[in-house]
Write a protein that binds this ligand. Structure first.
Ligand SMILES: Cc1ncc(COP(=O)(O)O)c(C=O)c1O
Length: 355
């Protein structure tokens, strides 16, 4: 899930340079690369303010706290519920897991944090039915990742924005997996013509170094006071210096065009593979976040791919997911597809069903 692949040269240079200057500093002081990164995010997204932490789950934890703080101040202490989506994934810590719409992941860890309810993804009426005077926010991934690579429909996203405006609720986008170039725009929400009030981010930002971010409007940030939330390592000099460089490169229009072009190419090639296979049921996704739904258990296929040097992973249902680096080229995609084809021939299509 690193934006520019393994051991990216430029990230190595930025990291070494920063390491020779300052690699840890208390958050009591301004950290120059952190300030630059915050400014870059504010200049290029809906956000007025950014908070940095160490991971996706931590970003979701912070977003839950910030949303509840806003709601308490704006609407009173009874307003703390967050409507999330079924099959969503928001992380493994208690708050983030409680917000995750996959009850199987709760097993052994109950009771979960109170104040979360779950609506069917892409069903605006289902969300509306859950809204009450206790609701403070709606939390959604613009493209569900762990749930099986399901993009939100445009009408769902615009409907959520309208609902949140009408009911004075916060709209939180979890772009930890689908954000920052992955779907072919800098933020995934750009393709929907709506903006959130809060957004969480992590995975690709710092080329594999631990970094998470919560972006928010001033309307939310005004209630977050020094000492309300914090972290020792979050937003440290190493990760934020690398992230500044990574995000500057992702913002290049040629790079985002490349993601869209490679995404289209990959999608078409997967469609061609599907035509020859009886075990591939559906291809879906956006940009370079693609998944194939199989009608077999994907485990054998994943193992066969790994033996051939192609790392893919299982996601919701019987789907496998592809999240190549954003700078992947056609040759690399073709090479991966050849391995996938060979693995399909060995496993799901071993009875000659591929051809
Ligand atoms: C949409 C989404 N939110 C949150 C998380 C949790 O992020 P992390 O593993 O960095 O805690 C993930 C991780 O897969 C994710 O895909």
């Amino acid at each position: 899930m690193t934006a520019f692949g393994h051991a990216d040269d430029q990230s190595q240079r930025v990291l070494s340079e920063q390491a020779s200057r300052l690699w840890h500093c208390s958050n009591l002081y301004h950290i120059e690369p952190q300030v630059k990164l915050a400014q870059l995010l504010v200049d290029n997204t809906f956000a007025d303010k950014a908070f940095f932490c160490n991971s996706g789950a931590e970003a979701v934890e912070a977003a839950i706290k910030f949303a509840r703080k806003w709601a308490r101040a704006e609407k009173g202490a009874q307003t703390f519920e967050i409507i999330s989506m079924k099959q969503s994934f928001h992380g493994r810590t208690y708050g983030a897991l409680s917000a995750t719409g996959q009850p199987s992941l709760f097993e052994g860890f109950q009771p979960m944090l109170p104040g979360f309810s779950f609506a069917d993804f892409n069903d605006l009426d289902a969300v509306k039915k859950l809204v009450s005077d206790k609701t403070c926010a709606v939390l959604v991934e613009p493209v569900q990742g762990e749930g099986g690579v399901f993009p939100a429909q445009r009408s769902f996203m615009t409907g959520l924005r309208r609902l949140c405006d009408d009911m004075n609720l916060l709209l939180i986008f979890d772009e930890i997996q689908c954000g920052f170039g992955r779907t072919g725009t800098f933020c995934a929400y750009e393709d929907y013509g709506v903006t959130p009030d809060l957004m969480t981010s992590a995975k690709p930002i710092a080329a594999g170094l631990p970094l998470g971010a919560v972006l928010m409007t001033d309307a939310v940030a005004q209630y977050i006071k020094p000492g309300d939330h914090g972290t020792t390592f979050g937003g440290g000099p190493l990760a934020t210096a690398v992230a500044y460089d990574v995000l500057t490169r992702i913002l290049e229009p040629q790079l985002l065009q490349h993601v869209r072009d490679m995404g289209d190419y990959f999608f078409q090639q997967l469609q061609a593979l599907k035509k020859k296979s009886t075990v591939i049921k559906e291809i879906r996704g956006k940009g370079l976040m693609l998944g194939i739904e199989l009608d077999i258990d994907p485990k054998a296929l994943i193992d066969a791919c790994a033996e051939k040097g192609l790392l893919i992973c299982k996601t919701g249902g019987q789907a496998v997911r592809f999240l190549p680096p954003l700078n992947v080229d056609k040759k690399q995609i073709d090479k991966g597809l050849q391995k996938l084809q060979a693995a399909l021939d060995e496993t799901g299509d071993e009875n000659g069903t591929t051809r």
